[in-house]
Ligand binder design. Sequence first.
Ligand SMILES: *[C@@H]1O[C@H](CO)[C@@H](O)[C@H](O)[C@H]1NC(C)=O
Ligand SMILES: *[C@@H]1O[C@H](CO)[C@@H](O)[C@H](O)[C@H]1NC(C)=O
Ligand SMILES: *[C@@H]1O[C@H](CO)[C@@H](O)[C@H](O)[C@H]1NC(C)=O
Ligand SMILES: *[C@@H]1O[C@H](CO)[C@@H](O)[C@H](O)[C@H]1NC(C)=O
Ligand SMILES: CC(=O)N[C@H]1CO[C@H](CO)[C@@H](O)[C@@H]1O
Length: 421
Amino acid sequence: MSKSPYPPGGQLNPPEDCRRMRRIIAEDPDWCLAIVPFLSNICLQSIVRNFEGKPIFEELIPSQKDFVQERLSPSLPLRVTANLISDGIYWKRCCKQRWDLCDVSRYGHSWKRMFFERHLENIIELFIPDVTDPKTVVAMVPLCKNYVKRLDISQLLPPIKEPQKEDDEYGSDLASDNEYDGPSIDHFDFSILLDKLTSLEELHVVYQVKQCGMNFEWKMFEMTDRDCESFAKALKSCKTLKVLRLHESQIEDKKCRLLVKHLLDHPSLRELDFSHNLIGDRGARAVGKLLTSSKLEILNMCDNDIRDHGAKAIAQALSKNSTLLSLNLRLNQLRDEGGQAICKALLNNSTLLDLHLGGNQVMEPTAFALSKTLVQNNTLKSINLSCNSLGVVSKEFVYIVGEGVSSLLQCSLHSRKQTAG
Ligand SMILES: *[C@@H]1O[C@H](CO)[C@@H](O)[C@H](O)[C@H]1NC(C)=O
Ligand SMILES: *[C@@H]1O[C@H](CO)[C@@H](O)[C@H](O)[C@H]1NC(C)=O
Ligand SMILES: *[C@@H]1O[C@H](CO)[C@@H](O)[C@H](O)[C@H]1NC(C)=O
Ligand SMILES: *[C@@H]1O[C@H](CO)[C@@H](O)[C@H](O)[C@H]1NC(C)=O
Ligand SMILES: CC(=O)N[C@H]1CO[C@H](CO)[C@@H](O)[C@@H]1O
């Protein structure tokens, strides 16, 4: 086989190609001057044509692999291609054929990773409980587990509504006397999948239905108790997970505590994002416990319902040994009691670099506590106190910050309403 296959009928003639010298012009009017293709090219084309029945790829040299990758059909079954064809032009063609927007830099510049992550996301996002066979998801595992590092699930569908259920929506016991016990699961059950995805590092999940239109119902936008139980178990089984984002899913204290319980002593979790949920003080206490028993570095509890007691629990965890680098408590209800607790905790050996206390109704006392912390000792690099009524203190505070702390890189103090004086 020749080492330099080139396109059939192509005009690229290597100079040493002696066949160029052929100068026979026959009297046959159909005689063609085009050069006979290399036998190796014909072989490669045959490989491409028969790939599904008889895949030959490993044995080829790199240039031949490229030749094949450029010509294989993107609609070949994945069971043939998944673990055979390496990252490269073939997977790029598969991605481009399926999606208009393909930003490969989001996938570590791996087209294969992009293909399998988005393919699996698609299957999960269109999974209908009790309709889709869970086997279709599990069957994907051996094909994709080596390439899927992150899953970004932006939709989870509820079961199809039984028509007779509409009548007993208001709790008529007689109506629910029929055989039907309701759906067996409320949304896709992650516990059938997560323990098998051995490369998964990041998981983002939102329990919501996109484009529900006139079918809108609030319950399309929440994680149920049953979901939470199976999800928590699934998390525990996924030992490689580093980043968990579970937002806008109506998670309250009970679900938060269940999730945290299964995350305690997780071997690899580094970032946790429970933003835009309904977590209150009891949930925050559980999260505080998680802080002291894990190596969490980034915690985002933005837009929840944490008050002073919850803040104190988090503060206590901070003042003990914590590995936390970034804490976001924006849009909670810490008020001064909570705000002061957090600031005082930072006096004690914290590693924290970024703190966001925006929109927490904190006022002068917190600003003073923070200024004391900053003057005494800090590793803090950025503080955001926007959307609080710091009032007249802010001027003085900025002065202290300016005088005492040179390491602070960023400080945001935009007050929504400045008290006159
Ligand atoms: C804090 O962490 C350091 C190093 O990780 C460890 O040596 C020390 O014992 C810990 N202290 C407490 C109170 O947990
Ligand atoms: C800081 O640590 C000291 C001793 O380790 C302890 O007595 C004090 O209560 C801690 N302060 C806070 C706010 O946790
Ligand atoms: C601040 O913390 C650093 C490191 O934790 C320590 O070396 C330094 O002595 C502390 N300074 C004060 C004023 O406590
Ligand atoms: C502070 O937080 C608010 C809300 O997240 C944001 O809009 C603003 O840009 C932040 N300020 C800085 C300096 O980062
Ligand atoms: C428990 C602990 O290590 N506490 C130390 C925290 O840091 C201050 C000084 O910043 C020390 O005095 C404490 O001993």
